[in-house]
Ligand binder design. Sequence first.
Ligand SMILES: C[S@@+](CC[C@H](N)C(=O)[O-])C[C@H]1O[C@@H](n2cnc3c(N)ncnc32)[C@H](O)[C@@H]1O
Length: 188
Amino acid sequence: MTPTLTYEKMQELSERSDHNRRIVSELEPPLKELSKWETLPALEVGNRDGGSAIVILYYLQQVPRTWFTTVDVTECPPLITEWVEKLGIPHKHWKMPQADFMEKHMNSTNGWGFVFLDADHSQATCSADIRKLAPLMERGGMIAVDDVNDWPTLPEFEGLERVKYEGVDQGSFTAPSHGQHICYWRKA
Ligand SMILES: C[S@@+](CC[C@H](N)C(=O)[O-])C[C@H]1O[C@@H](n2cnc3c(N)ncnc32)[C@H](O)[C@@H]1O
C-alpha cells in the first residue's frame, strides 16, 4: 500500500537546507527500527518549522498505534498540523519552554518510544532531561539528541545504552571530535 506521505514528499518537505539533509539521514536509522513497533508514542522537543517532525511522521504513519507530542516556545507550525491531520496521527503541541514541559508534562505518556531533543542543546540541560526521561522510556525506545558536537564528552546514563549507527551521512558538516551530531541512547 502506498503511504499517504510518500518518501519523496517527506524528503521534499524536510530537505530545504543542508541542515535538514543531515537530519533526515541521521534520524532515519532509529526510526526505521522503531516503525516496526505496534505502539510508538513519539516526542520532539524543538520542532521549529517541522523539518525534522515530517521525517518522524513519515515513520510514525507505518505504526498501527502512535501519537506525537511536540514542544517549542513557538506556535505549532502549519506543516505539522497539516500532516498529523492527513495521517490521522493524534497530536498535542505544548507551546512552552523545554524546562516547563520536563517539569510538568513529560510523564503525560507512559512509555515513550522515540524522543528527539533539539531545543536547548547544552550538555547540562540535555543530560538532566535524559536522566528524567530514562525511566519513562519503553524498553528498546530511543532518545536522540541533536548538536551534541559541542559537548566535550558523551555521558553515560543509568538504564540507557548508547547506540552508534555506522554509515550515517555527516554530509558537508564537520564531524565533531566524538564523531556525531546526533547521539542516540536506547533504553536497555
Ligand atoms: C534547531 S531548532 C529545531 C529544528 C528542528 N528540530 C528541525 O530539525 O527541523 C531549535 C528549536 O528549539 C526551540 N527552542 C530553543 N530553546 C528552547 C527551549 N528552551 N524550550 C523550548 N523550545 C526551545 C526554538 O524555538 C527552535 O524552534
